[in-house]
Design a protein around this ligand. Structure first.
Ligand SMILES: [Zn+2]
Ligand SMILES: [Zn+2]
Length: 430
């Protein structure tokens, strides 16, 4: 193994409440030390020196909600292409959802993802196992054995677990194994629309998914979990009342966490007026009041972390009419500056809080010993140029898909280097 000196940058490490100019020394894949800027003298002891002047040096970014599409839809994304996209977005770790074909609902499938990610060798990929067999919502999957094999959490993402008795059993079972249950909160009886149910949907003549579809399932799950106390995580929270439900549950001491996507912090259902299917996602883009509530939820700690819900789709699918096109967008390679725009440039939070939401908190939610630059920890590190201005161009994405509603947006802030276990996996020059 080799040694790397990242020199002259500003270290931002929320796990130590640390923000100051310093050198970061990596040896044998671990953080060896953080020391006063050496102005060149430290270079003698490192095999490689990286100048980080005017850059931020942060714990590697972690995205606990991505779709890598393998196996089954390799033309949209693979573990290899998704990993390349992740490191280009500054992410050192991703957690991938089990709605592949077949679903990640047994040990063999968990093993397959881990082995393929290791063969690719770019970022850490931790698979999320299905809660129910085939994600059909009927029979519990082998949560215990999948966890033992390396499943980091459990979800039927794409759909919520509709049956209350199945969900109750899942919470009880997951609690026994101290597993994290992540829910795509959507009551199926209220689902089936193609955008947020509201004035815009009515005007456009499109069928809607009401906010209550999400709120109903969160309410039910919080009620079921009140006496069980499982680690319960709300995926892609999107409505004002959902945020309030989580806020109240936290106040009551319930074990609940929540994530929000970049699109729910930047876009509203007004965007659907273009009939551009890159604005079609699930949960749908909501109203500006919902968007503001999500921002408030971040500021007061109700929402614990940021996650992209990276969902690549083929161009020919997204070219279908709005009602027929699939849900989902491809934001992982531009997520960092999108969060910067929504939260830091708008002066809702500072960089320390942003890195907390993108690294330290997601690591905590799924119990990963990452999201920190403490001495001796795994050297997953991202270097960020906070002043780089650039234009998002999906044609440049490493991802196999291009379905990104942020094309041509001018943004500020960009990862420049991504290190995983002390190895440089991507840099802006690549
Ligand atoms: Zn989902
Ligand atoms: Zn998803």
């Amino acid at each position: 193994m080799s040694s790397i000196l990242i020199q002259g940058g500003t270290i931002i490490d929320p796990s130590q409440k640390l923000q100051r100019r310093a050198d970061l020394f990596i040896r044998d894949g671990k953080i060896a030390s953080i020391s006063a800027p050496s102005a060149g003298s430290g270079s003698a002891r490192a095999d490689k020196v990286i100048d980080a002047t005017n850059r931020f040096v942060t714990p590697g970014l972690i995205d606990i909600h991505v779709h890598l599409r393998e196996p089954g839809d390799e033309e949209e994304e693979t573990i290899a292409s998704g990993s390349a996209a992740a490191v280009a977005g500054g992410f050192t770790t991703v957690c991938c959802m089990p709605n592949t074909k077949p679903a990640l609902d047994n040990e063999g499938m968990i093993e397959f993802v881990l082995r393929e990610a290791e063969r690719v060798g770019l970022c850490n990929v931790f698979p999320i196992g299905a809660i129910t067999k085939g994600r059909e919502g009927k029979e519990l999957a082998e949560i215990g054995s999948m966890k033992a094999r390396g499943a980091i959490a459990f979800s039927d993402d794409g759909v919520g677990v509709a049956d209350a008795s199945v969900m109750r059993k899942a919470l009880q079972y997951a609690q026994m194994f101290d597993a994290v249950l992540m829910q795509h909160c959507e009551e199926p009886a209220l689902a089936g629309g193609s955008m947020h149910a509201g004035l815009v949907a009515t005007t456009l003549g499109l069928s809607g998914i009401p906010a209550e579809a999400e709120q109903l399932m969160i309410s039910r799950d919080l009620l079921l979990n009140r006496t069980i106390g499982c680690r319960y995580h709300v995926q892609h929270i999107s409505t004002a009342w959902s945020v309030e439900l989580v806020r109240r549950a936290k106040r009551d001491g319930q074990r609940v966490t929540a994530e929000v996507t970049p699109h729910h912090l930047l876009l509203t259902d007004e965007s659907c007026r273009s009939y551009d299917t890159n604005f079609k996602m699930n949960p749908p883009l909501r109203t500006s009041a919902d968007l503001q509530a999500c921002i408030e939820g971040i500021k007061d700690g109700t929402i614990d972390c940021l996650a992209t819900d990276h969902a690549p789709h083929l161009a020919e699918e997204k070219e279908l009419e709005f009602p027929q096109a699939p849900f989902g967008i491809n934001p992982i390679e531009c997520a960092l500056p999108l969060y910067v725009k929504a939260l830091v440039e708008a002066e809702h939070i500072d960089w320390m809080k942003l890195i907390d939401l993108m690294s330290t908190q997601p690591a905590r939610i799924v119990s990963l010993p990452r999201g920190t630059l403490k001495e001796g920890s795994i050297a997953d590190v991202t270097i960020i140029d906070p002043n780089a201005t650039w234009t998002i161009d999906p044609e440049q994405f490493k991802s196999k898909s291009r379905n990104c509603p942020f094309a041509n947006w001018k943004v500020k802030g960009r990862p420049t280097h991504t290190f995983v276990s002390g190895e440089l996996k991507w840099s802006i020059a690549d």
